[in-house]
Design a protein around this ligand. Structure first.
Ligand code: THU
Length: 131
């Protein structure tokens, strides 16, 4: 799989963000990075809570960080999971809110030491809810 230099930087950012995961309950650390249309990269990690349901996934932390900094258009996503798992359904829907063209938004899935797969957000979330 060939990644552009920008995609490689995004993957590295997701891997680096994973180091900050706060996951003492699941012991499953995730890192995510989003590239916005203005060329900025925002990162996130999962942040768990003793009240388990309050946990926030890495992907949502990354996209909310982008929005909080004034960016509204996500054009590429990278996620680093221990086993190559893809983003959960809730995060797919939250990402879709800020992705102008789901079929043009790569989602790069990696493990800490290996590339896993390249999807588009449209492939991962067909018929997303939007209004
Ligand atoms: N998690 C993410 O950060 N992203 C996902 O897409 C799925 C799951 C986190 C939530 C929780 O802290 C841990 O992984 C195990 O579910």
């Amino acid at each position: 799989m060939t990644l552009s230099p920008q995609e490689q930087a995004l993957v590295q950012a997701a891997r680096a963000a994973r180091a900050h995961a706060y996951a003492p309950y699941s012991n499953y650390s995730v890192g995510a990075a989003v590239l916005t249309s203005d060329g900025r990269i925002f990162t996130g990690c999962n942040v768990e809570n003793a009240s388990y349901g309050l946990t926030v996934c890495a992907e949502r932390v990354a996209v909310f960080s982008a929005v909080a900094a004034g960016a509204r258009e996500v054009v590429t996503v990278a996620v680093c999971t221990p086993d190559g798992a893809t983003p959960c359904g809730a995060c797919r829907q939250v990402l879709a809110e800020f992705v102008p063209d789901l079929s043009a938004c790569p989602v790069l899935v990696v493990k800490p030491d290996a590339f896993v797969a390249r999807y588009t957000l449209a492939e991962l979330l067909p018929h997303h809810f939007g209004r």
